[in-house]
Design a binder for this molecule. Sequence first.
Ligand code: 5GP
Ligand code: ZN
Length: 118
Amino acid sequence: MSECIFCKIVAGKIPSRKVYEDDDMFAFHDINPQAPVHFMIVPKRHVDSLAAVGDPDVPVLGRMMAKAGRLAAEQGLTDGFRTIVNTGRVGRQDVYHLHIHILGGKEPLGRMMPSDGS
Ligand code: 5GP
Ligand code: ZN
């Protein structure tokens, strides 16, 4: 089986705190949350990153985006949230299985990009 950690999570080989699952996507809480609520939505079919998306992935990506707001609301994020898709070396992607981060909490998050670039 794939060595990809998110493929293993999707397959249930590595435990996770599941938020949602259907035929095409899997959502689970981040193990190292960067906000009071922080979960990710991933396609079940392995795609390395947003830079590697092809035409066959388009419908699933659309459904993932459409699901994001509903899942956020179910997690209590009724007053907004942030989505992040880190891509490649410059985007500081750590796990090379495409994922949408969804972050939020009761209070507004910090700036999207720290001005000192850290
Ligand atoms: P990236 O930097 O690639 O955008 O984000 C990868 C995310 O995956 C990180 O926020 C990291 O905390 C999370 N992560 C890495 N390994 C695991 C794991 O085994 N389980 C869960 N739930 N999250 C993980
Ligand atoms: Zn994978």
